[in-house]
Design a protein around this ligand. Structure first.
Ligand code: GLY
Ligand code: MN
Ligand code: MN
Length: 307
């Protein structure tokens, strides 16, 4: 029993960051945000200049790494993703040598490690600096989903609440845009119950972050008893409820939409992949986003990229 109690205590301590750790996480987040800004601006500038051989994913990865190291970060916290156009729909893509075209989106998921602590940011932006109408429609849905998730990232809420809030907005957006047909899939509650949204959103909205980018720590509430729950297949399983968020915990908030070409899916959305990811420190009353040194609003991104 005492060993079990000790494990629980260690888990709680690991997940709840102290002031010293928070200071490093803030700095790591700020460095990574600066790197994303640099990559966005470089993308637009290189396309404007008409670089010989084309703008490549690795060009932007180089900008990220340069900015991390320039500010004292020792390593990237994970292998950077720089995904041109349709590559954004491949979840664990890395920066390759694909060409970034002005009319396409670029998804960058990159963060530095500083003094043993991680950061984890995703931004999706038009390589040439201007969203097309179809890109912007989906972008606004993902951003609204992120806002909904951030709102419930606060003490007393559970780890899965931000995911549920984001998924509801995404599912409604899929119905509104015709990604999911209303005739076939019904209303938003039907889509949530059937899981039809998973065609375009197949990952969770967050994970613990700290010394590791996907930090260890129990995602269920250690102090609760297991109870009956339905799993993804509708089977009844015994599970502890999702963990109650407390001040000092750090989670990512990273909704997305990924549209692969498929029958019945409006063509204008094909091959668009969008994710927006920030790191949230749970505070006494809500949460502090550690990574907003890089904008998320579509207009602000366009303004930044105009140079
Ligand atoms: N960069 C890994 C993740 O977002 O989970
Ligand atoms: Mn993440
Ligand atoms: Mn990430």
């Amino acid at each position: 029993q005492s060993q079990h109690d000790l494990c629980k205590l260690l888990d709680e301590m690991r997940l709840t960051k102290d002031a010293h750790e928070v200071a490093i996480l803030r700095r790591a987040g700020a460095i990574s945000a600066g790197a994303h800004v640099r990559a966005m601006q470089t993308s637009a500038a290189m396309l404007r200049a008409g670089v010989k051989g084309g703008l490549r994913e690795y060009h932007l990865e180089a900008e990220l790494l340069h900015e991390f190291r320039r500010h004292g970060s020792q390593f990237p916290a994970y292998t950077s993703i720089v995904a041109a156009g349709a590559n954004a729909c491949v979840l664990h893509y890395r920066a390759g040598n694909a060409e970034l075209k002005p009319g396409e989106l670029c998804l960058i998921d990159a963060g530095c490690e500083l003094d043993g602590y991680a950061s984890d940011i995703t931004r999706t932006f038009p390589a040439g600096g201007k969203f097309t109408p179809a890109q912007r429609v989906l972008y606004e849905i993902v951003l609204e989903a992120q806002n909904a998730a951030v709102k419930v990232t606060k003490p007393g809420k559970r780890f899965m609440d931000p995911h549920d809030a984001a998924t509801r907005v995404l599912a409604q957006g899929m119905l509104d845009t015709g990604l999911l047909s209303k005739a076939k899939h019904g209303k938003v509650d039907d889509v949530l119950a059937s899981g039809a949204y998973r065609q375009f959103y197949m990952h969770r909205t967050g994970h613990w972050m700290g010394m590791d980018v996907h930090d260890c720590g129990d995602y269920t509430e250690p102090s609760s008893r297991p109870r009956e729950e339905k799993d993804a297949l509708g089977q009844t399983v015994m599970r502890k409820p999702s963990r109650i968020l407390r001040p000092g915990m750090v989670t990512t908030v990273e909704p997305g939409i990924y549209v692969r070409p498929a029958k019945g899916v409006p063509k204008e959305f094909w091959n668009i992949g969008i994710r927006i990811e920030d790191d949230a420190l749970v505070t006494a009353k809500g949460c502090e986003l550690l990574t907003r040194g890089v904008p998320v609003e579509a207009d602000e991104i366009e303004a930044l990229m105009r140079g």
